[in-house]
Design a protein around this ligand. Structure first.
Ligand SMILES: NC(=O)c1ccc[n+]([C@@H]2O[C@H](COP(=O)([O-])OP(=O)(O)OC[C@H]3O[C@@H](n4cnc5c(N)ncnc54)[C@H](O)[C@@H]3O)[C@@H](O)[C@H]2O)c1
Length: 455
């Protein structure tokens, strides 16, 4: 069997690497239009940082795993084609800021139709709105000869960045949606057979297309909702003297609630939660359900408020002005163990502080300085560039700083020498722990003014 994947991003790259690693009998080709990204996948410095990814890629690359910009050949030779391109929130025209922009997905469908000379299975790996498979099939059929047919499957990806390789190796479930026809069922079985090479059959769920597409949006909406729920309680804890981590631990012991995704923080980020929630909101509006739309929109509203609340806390604590003050920012990725910064709370907090004329000294173990400058509008916003310094470690960032803000929960930030940090900072020295990872009592004993979330 030959598999091709269009899109070598955070999902396409790791997912295909795992299939190639687990299925030596399958040739997997990942094609992307971004030449620099493909060159990086073919180098020693992969474009995506994920614990364990390098080893998995190196185990198969050049044997049965290939990265290429030649999508025509990749499409022509494949029996199964995954579409794993971006589906960002639309920024223009009707439903801008809410609906998913499906232009990349549609372009893939047109390429597949143009370069296929036999019947194929097309798998939606990208997260897309409900009933996109129908549109994909319409584009595929209208642009190919009558002698070939396409089965479109939905196979949403549930991996979490930072633990992608573990999630792919041992997923909670694999979801495959397809048409309820003999051909649709056969196609689902073909894809299920690939996953069954290493995943037990009882974890491979087969549903109709629309259930599968909707389940992905709903899964992300529920996960984001838990974070917004506990973050709303963090504000109440700060007012009442309760401790949000103690509350989360106490409620998480209830098996009906469960302990995961109850960690309060400066807010959720990542490329998916906000985009998929907006998508769900738009679907609800489209289907005439404004109350349901409003319910899910408030999850995003709470997240925006939490990020703003954190920036305001920094400004208020520093005697209502950060103008000209150096603020050290530890962590820029949207979570630990990834180099992805999309929708990272650090971007929002950083921009708020820059607007207030602060100077930022930023350190992140995996995010490049180019990415940090880009995200903070160094080139596009007046005066931003000279106010941003990207540092090579935490101690350099805190040198002469008035405050330190921890914005990503990288493990190395737990073990810093906070006495040494205190000595290097201006006094009074402030710490704003947006991830509740530092030892609050120890910091207070050293002499810091400490703000942690929900305490
Ligand atoms: N990132 C995650 O954690 C995650 C998890 C689950 C699902 N998803 C979904 O998976 C999809 C992909 O997300 P991602 O994070 O990998 O995005 P990404 O932006 O990292 O990667 C998308 C890639 O597609 C390429 N591309 C665009 N048009 C193309 C075309 N016509 N042919 C070939 N390549 C093309 C881009 O150059 C880019 O490299 C999205 O729908 C996302 O919602 C993401």
């Amino acid at each position: 069997m030959k598999i091709c994947c269009l899109g070598a991003g955070y999902v396409g790259g790791p997912t295909m690497a795992m299939i190639a690693h687990k299925c030596p009998h399958i040739t997997v080709t990942v094609a992307d239009i971004n030449e620099a990204r493909i060159a990086a996948w073919n180098s020693d410095e992969l474009p995506v940082f994920e614990p364990g990814l390098d080893e998995i890629v190196m185990s198969s690359r050049g044997t049965n795993l290939f990265f290429t910009t030649d999508k025509v050949t990749a499409i022509r030779e494949a029996d199964v084609i995954f579409v794993s391109v971006g589906t960002p929130t639309k920024t223009y025209g009707a439903a801008a800021g809410r609906a998913a922009d499906l232009k990349y997905v549609e372009l893939c469908a047109r390429d597949i139709a143009a370069h296929s000379d036999r019947s194929k299975i097309v798998v939606e790996k990208s997260t897309i709105p409900v009933r996109t498979a129908e549109s994909l099939k319409a584009v595929l059929c209208a642009n190919s000869s009558d002698s070939i047919s396409f089965q479109v499957l939905s196979n949403p990806e549930f991996l979490a960045e930072g633990t992608a390789m573990e999630d792919l190796d041992d997923p909670d479930r694999v979801l495959i949606g397809g048409e309820e026809t003999p051909e649709g069922k056969a196609a689902m079985e073909t894809l299920a057979g690939v996953y069954a090479t290493w995943i037990s059959r009882d974890k491979i769920i087969q549903t109709n297309l629309w259930s599968s597409e909707l389940s992905k949006l709903v899964a992300n909406a529920f996960l984001a909702q838990r974070i917004s729920s506990i973050n709303s309680i963090s504000a109440l804890c700060e007012e009442t003297g309760a401790n949000v981590d103690e509350v989360a631990s106490a409620i998480g012991k209830d098996s009906r609630i469960g302990s995961k995704f109850l960690k309060s923080s400066v807010g959720f980020g990542g490329s998916c939660f906000q985009k998929d929630l907006l998508n769900l909101v738009y679907l609800c509006e489209h289907f005439g359900l404004p109350e349901v739309a409003q319910y899910w929109r408030s999850v995003i509203g709470m997240n925006d408020w939490q990020k703003r609340r954190f920036s305001n806390r920094i400004i208020n604590s520093l005697f209502n002005t950060v103008n000209g003050k150096r603020i050290a920012i530890l962590g820029f990725a949207f979570k630990k163990d990834t180099n992805d910064t999309r929708e990272s709370p650090a971007i929002y907090v950083g921009r708020d502080l820059l607007e207030e004329e602060a100077s930022l000294a930023i350190y992140d173990p995996k995010v490049t300085s180019d990415q940090i400058y880009l995200d903070l509008g160094a080139k596009s916003e007046p005066n931003h560039e000279e106010k941003i310094e990207v540092c090579s470690d935490a101690y350099e960032a805190v040198e002469g700083a008035h405050a330190l803000a921890i914005l990503t929960e990288w493990d190395e930030f737990r073990d810093l020498d906070y006495r040494k940090i205190y000595d290097r900072m201006m006094k009074p020295a402030f710490i704003f722990d947006g991830r509740n990872i530092a030892n609050r009592k120890e910091l207070i004993d050293i002499g810091f003014n400490v703000y942690a979330i929900g305490r």
